[in-house]
Ligand binder design. Sequence first.
Ligand SMILES: *Cc1c(COP(=O)(O)O)cnc(C)c1O
Length: 398
Amino acid sequence: MSKKENRYKDYGVATQAIHTGTDYDEETGAVRRPLHMANSFKLPDDLSQVNYSSTDLLMYSRNGNPNQHWLEEKIAALHGADDAIVLASGVAALHALFWTLLKTGDKVIYPKVSYMAVYRMFHELFNRKFGVDTVMVDMTDLDAVKKAITPGTRLVHIETPDNPTNRVTDIEAIVKIAHENGALVSVDNTFASPLNQKPLKFGADFVVESLTKFINGHGDAQGGAIISNDLETMDRIRYEAQVNVGSVISPFNAWQIFRGSVTFPLRMRQINTSSQEIAEWLEQRDNVTFVSYPGLKSNASHALASRQMENGYGGVISFGIEADDKAVERFCAALKVVTFAVSLGHDESLIFPQPSYDERIDLYPEEFRKGFIRFSVGLEEPEDIIADLDQALKTIGL
Ligand SMILES: *Cc1c(COP(=O)(O)O)cnc(C)c1O
């Protein structure tokens, strides 16, 4: 594929989110492009020029489909990038990247705290199945990263802020260490979203977004994206992972995410503001043991977060309450405005406990090991969310 054109690159982000990847439908003049629910496309009369692994020619939906391509234009634009690949889920995007870049004998450095599927891929799958040397490191400790990196290191993967502890990693510093040692850097940007953080600006080679979260924003579709300026590797990812492993997104999900993404900047700005207000309230509330939100002045990474994040600090607040696992469940169940469910970045607020029996609990800092809750702030009135948290805390006697 060639570089994605962004005709709106001189405009602001809200304008780009509305106008990139969209156009009139040529056939009908409709102001929205259609949903193409087809898995196959008419072939040219002369087959001698057809490359059946191509992702440019519309031929078979797994090789690429129009709704996927239009969404790719928009995701690339949101990151100011030359290219984006949209796949079936955030995990499909992470896998496609790792699968393409890593081979037997390569080393990958991955974070001590990361999305569960990344932990599983590197803690038990890529190492045991394919002989990849997978090394877990605390990415907030740059000396530990320097110690772990060797000439055989192919990739350093980071997540910032991380899921679920919401702590910040220094992208620029990691890029420097990795590039000096000939390694590539990928950044899972899902918690920050492209409104708040653009890792390519700090020299990262690849960015991954779970589109399921803030970018779609309505809790009704799953998708993921890889974003990069490295067009050659992006085409390898298309060939090795999309066409020949098969993680392409369905046209319907691409269409839904495209629709959700139109209001992404507007929603994210509100979520940033509400999250800051709620984090500040939680910090003052009795019986709240800690609040991990990079926008708080008291946060150890506030200065770093302010350097690499723009517009705001995201929509996830990780916090602790003075309660055991059972009481935390009762607290979550007592909420009336906030929904007790996994996932994040929806229009509605979502809450999910991180219980002390979690298999990774020992990998988290001490304060996160009791009464730990991950909270995704939605678009309800912030004062309604605060009142709801307050009444549910009172319900369990806090
Ligand atoms: C949700 C999430 C993913 C995975 O995305 P899916 O769309 O659920 O596959 C990856 N990374 C982070 C940080 C996430 O929060």
